[in-house]
Design a protein around this ligand. Structure first.
Ligand SMILES: NC(=O)c1ccc[n+]([C@@H]2O[C@H](COP(=O)([O-])OP(=O)(O)OC[C@H]3O[C@@H](n4cnc5c(N)ncnc54)[C@H](O)[C@@H]3O)[C@@H](O)[C@H]2O)c1
Length: 383
């Protein structure tokens, strides 16, 4: 007797019908996304991405989020709370991440199936994370870094995207912009910039993954320019916080922002001649500088530091004011200072140098408006 006809798409003992073949091809072509980091911005990134993977057929619905495990005051594990309530109770309270976000405390497990990996931890943890990930990911995985900061090595400064690329041997774009996480969590309109090296198609895939009607993403071919903008503006935000703490007013703050932008551009172009002027006019440039100097945690903690006339350290204020969130500007100022010192550029970047010297107590906060800058003027007119 002839076998009963099968329903379309149902396989029979390992055989696949054409319909099933198509589904398999489609399934294997779908990209799986993992987010490494689950702080304030990491959680908002998860929300943005999860809303898009549900809509776009080229992505698997599920978004995995690696959580640096913590025990909350009530004794519960943060991962369990996220998976139970769909909210990050510590870093983004009151915002639903999307039911397709799965928190995972096991780093290796979180990345093993991923085709696209989003790095979004405070920068001081990246190197250790990359060491743990070496040889644990698919060979063709693509990465993007949302991390602001740099590593200073004896051989020179190393941007975080470069560190990820080199340690893991993978392509790494960056996403930066005027993006205070809590505002995007509430779906208030903002913009961001993706920086890519050569492969426009990869950048476009990242744009698809992040772009929403309230989060508009543009891609530019300038990884270093985009990343340096995102990194260096935190140093200027510390300066803006000193100005606020001293009650100096808006004109002074605007002056500090202009001087800071000039040093951002000069420093970036001295480090990487490929950096484009136009990048400073993208969201990652002037827009991020403005939002960080008006709001943001770096400005806020630096304001408290200046109000206390430097009598309480940044470490103390960070622990008291940020509840586990990390301050980036002070460590970036130190790293930038090391580069300036090492290369003999201290006099060329008086604002950057002064921010660091105030943060370590070598100068009073009032020194932020008290420097002369003849060489800085000279260099910025050339770059
Ligand atoms: N929050 C923002 O508004 C914002 C916006 C744009 C970019 N960023 C950047 O995003 C990056 C991540 O910031 P965030 O706001 O998501 O984090 P966060 O400062 O809110 O939280 C700190 C995170 O670090 C984790 N952590 C603590 N110790 C760790 C360890 N030893 N190893 C690994 N992780 C550890 C914590 O679990 C937590 O997830 C930073 O580079 C930041 O500059 C933040």
């Amino acid at each position: 007797m002839a076998p009963a006809p099968e329903a379309p798409g149902i396989s029979h003992e390992g055989e696949t019908t054409p319909h099933n073949n198509f589904s398999n091809v489609e399934a294997t072509n779908k990209s799986r996304v993992t987010i490494i980091g689950s702080g304030n911005w990491g959680s908002v990134a998860a929300k943005l991405i999860a809303s898009n993977t549900l809509k776009l057929s080229s992505f698997h619905d599920e978004v995995r989020m690696w959580v640096y495990e913590e025990t909350l005051p009530d004794g519960e594990k943060l991962t369990d709370v996220i998976n139970k309530t769909n909210e990050n109770a510590k870093y983004l309270l009151g915002i639903k991440l999307g039911k397709n976000v799965v928190a995972d405390p096991d780093l290796e497990n979180a990345v093993k199936e991923a085709n696209m990996v989003v790095f979004v931890t405070p920068h001081q943890f990246v190197e250790g994370i990359c060491k743990r990930l070496t040889g644990k990911m698919k060979s063709d995985v693509k990465a993007i870094s949302l991390i602001k900061g740099m590593e200073v090595k004896p051989e020179g400064p190393c941007m975080i995207s470069r560190l990820i690329s080199q340690q893991l041997g993978i392509n790494c774009c960056v996403l930066m912009g005027a993006n205070i996480a809590n505002e995007i969590a509430m779906e208030k309109f903002s913009e961001a910039t993706i920086g890519y090296r050569e492969n426009r198609a990869i950048a476009e895939k990242w744009v698809q993954l992040f772009n929403t009607p309230y989060f508009i993403v543009t891609a530019v071919q300038d990884v270093e320019g985009v990343e340096l903008c995102g990194t260096l503006k935190n140093v200027v935000a510390i300066a803006a916080g000193y100005v606020d703490g001293l009650g100096m007013g808006n004109n002074t703050k605007a002056a500090i922002m202009r001087l800071g932008l000039r040093e951002m551009k000069a420093f970036s172009k001295l480090l990487f001649s490929s950096v484009e002027d136009s990048t400073f006019f993208e969201s990652c440039g002037v827009a991020d500088l403005i939002t960080t100097c008006l709001g943001g945690r770096n400005r806020k903690v630096a304001e408290a530091f200046a109000k206390n006339r430097g009598k309480r350290s940044f470490d103390e204020l960070e622990a008291e004011m940020l509840q586990g969130q990390k301050l980036q500007g002070v460590s970036t100022a130190r790293e930038v200072y090391e580069v300036l010192n090492h290369r003999g550029w201290l006099e060329l970047f008086p604002l950057f140098a002064t921010v660091h010297e105030i943060s370590i107590g070598r100068l009073p906060p009032s020194a932020i408006v008290n420097y002369n800058e003849p060489k800085a003027v000279l260099i910025s007119s050339k770059l």
